[in-house]
Design a protein around this ligand. Structure first.
Ligand SMILES: Nc1nc2c(c(=O)[nH]1)N[C@H]1C(S)=C(S)[C@@H](COP(=O)(O)O)O[C@H]1N2
Ligand SMILES: [Mo]
Length: 511
């Protein structure tokens, strides 16, 4: 019913499941009793550490292949690796118990290292993982108790194998239940969800109104304003950081004349403004959809920095999130007259948890990775010579101004009927604005598209062009011109290190 090898692999899987069950359960319990930062789940810590070690080509590949499902893909991949590793250790232990146990312990040490590598990790955070590894090792040894340490000896008889099947299967189930219980106990999100529901976005003196002329309403064309639940999400956080607005503080320090710290009451008492800003991810491919446009409500960062009075040598602000992620933003982008905000509202609602509740940064004209810190808790005024943001040592540029981009939304796929049709899409060059969009059919002339109104140079601009489609295969290409009169470059570059460039084109079949 179960081959000796199968039994050995199952013993390894049972040991692994029990290890994780114990570790996750204890981590969940510790989180319950200690509150402050919580004890990281070993599984999540390993995944987080993996994300932190991701080289740019792999991040690029993950986003390109899985899009915003990259986190799910990571968990599935990690699960498969874990299963294989546990089965392998089980086989190794059957051949030589000591070797299996040592390998098991080494994997455990990696887990402990991952837990301790998390921001704000305390030494006690290692305890659940260590306890799990000890219990798991005992399970592994127990299943192999009858075996000698040489490879020549046969696996014990059917009875033992049956006991492995029943006992191992049961322990694996217990382990998985422990993992689930641990995750439930750590209670991700409950308290903060209530705080968000109760959060009132302040009113502003001059609310943004979006003129109807900003939309062209071509079916399939991107809506001018992106609803919150449709807004792309990119971050390194595998579980959404839970930040309680009542204990939230933002500290400004570093190269300043005066350190400043504000809490939520003080932030909300400031004169708030609204601004339309299109956020864009540096990982967006030509024609991709990692961009979104929202009305943000917040307090200009420049006002807070003015209180701290940056020293003349400073040229960068390193912003840090509650989960330890950082962005390095040119000081100038936060002190000039653009709408750089400490945002608390997104399209009139409190920030969704995934988009940075309770406070995030929004900086027009810069890619998110150098500016748009979600769950922001700390601003260090510093210099590029002295500090760097999270992605810079990982192969992305120190500076990330948004490149001019244009995208064809329709037609995109599926055959088009011959005759009059409409080509439409969106173009952006935040802080410069879009002054022209041109479309080319096959190798024809560039034809000027009709532009929608542009309420602000910080948001994208809609465009459309009527086209008399002739039967056959056609390639449509778009390019935009920014407010400085610069035509979008044809030169293709991948997202790394400072954003993709090149013209977007689509192939359409006309019948
Ligand atoms: N705390 C935190 N903030 C972050 C990130 C992150 O990984 N952690 N990613 C940045 C990146 S790369 C982008 S593109 C934007 C995306 O913001 P969104 O998820 O609200 O669209 O958030 C930025 N802010
Ligand atoms: Mo990004």
């Amino acid at each position: 019913m179960l081959t000796p090898r199968g039994a050995a692999a199952l013993a390894g899987l049972a040991a692994g499941a029990v290890t994780l069950g114990v570790a996750e359960l204890l981590a969940g319990l510790l989180t319950r009793v200690t509150t402050v930062e919580g004890t990281p789940s070993p599984l999540l810590a390993v995944a987080d550490a993996f994300v932190d070690l991701t080289p740019p080509w792999l991040k690029d590949f993950a986003v390109a292949t899985f899009g915003t499902a990259d986190k799910t893909a990571l968990f599935v991949g990690m699960g498969l690796v874990l299963l294989a590793a546990c089965a392998g250790i089980g086989l190794l232990a059957r051949w030589m118990l000591a070797a299996g146990l040592v390998t098991f312990a080494l994997v455990g040490i990696l887990g402990v290292a991952a837990v301790l590598s998390r921001p704000n990790a305390a030494a006690t955070d290692a305890l659940p993982t260590m306890a799990g590894v000890v219990v798991g090792a005992l399970v592994l040894a127990w299943f192999n108790r009858d075996m000698t340490t040489t490879a020549e000896v046969e696996m014990p008889g059917d009875l033992t194998r049956r006991s492995v099947l029943v006992g191992g299967g049961a322990l694996a189930v217990v382990g998985v239940l422990g993992i689930i219980a641990g995750r439930v106990l750590s209670g991700a999100g409950e308290a903060v969800r209530a705080a968000r529901d109760a959060f009132v976005v302040p009113r502003v003196a001059a609310p943004v109104t979006i003129p109807a002329a900003a939309e062209q309403g071509v079916p399939g064309q991107t809506p001018y304003r992106t609803p919150n639940d449709n807004f792309y999400r990119i971050d390194t956080a595998l579980t959404v950081p839970q930040v309680d607005p009542t204990t939230w503080r933002l500290r400004v320090h570093g190269m300043v004349e005066e350190e400043v710290e504000i809490d939520m009451a003080e932030l909300l008492a400031q004169p708030m403004v609204e601004a339309l800003v299109t956020l864009t991810c540096v990982s967006n491919y030509v024609g991709g959809n990692l961009a979104g446009n929202a009305v943000w409500t917040g307090w200009p960062v420049r006002e807070l920095l003015a209180r701290a009075r940056p020293l003349p040598e400073a040229d960068m602000v390193l912003s840090t999130s509650a989960d330890g992620w950082t962005a390095g933003t040119p000081l100038e982008a936060l002190t000039d007259d653009r709408s750089s905000l400490l945002a608390v509202g997104m399209n009139g609602e409190p920030l969704p948890a995934q988009h940075g509740f309770p406070v995030r940064m929004v900086v027009p004209g810069l890619y998110g990775y150098v500016s748009a810190t979600k769950w922001v808790v700390d601003l260090e005024v510093t210099s590029f010579a002295r500090d760097e943001g999270y992605w810079t040592p990982r192969g992305w540029s120190e500076r990330g101004p948004i490149k001019t981009a244009s995208r064809i939304d329709v037609p995109r796929r599926g055959p088009v009927d011959a005759g009059p049709t409409v080509i439409a899409g969106v173009a952006w060059a935040q802080q410069r604005g879009i002054t022209a969009v041109e479309v080319r059919v096959d190798d024809g002339e560039w034809q000027p598209a009709t532009l929608a109104a542009e309420p602000t140079i910080d948001s994208w601009r809609m465009w459309m062009l009527e086209w008399d489609a002739e039967p056959g295969e056609h390639t449509l290409t778009v390019r935009a011109t920014d407010g400085n009169g610069e035509v979008q470059t044809e030169r293709f570059t991948p997202p790394a290190p400072d954003g993709a460039s090149g013209w977007h084109s689509v192939d359409v079949e006309v019948r």
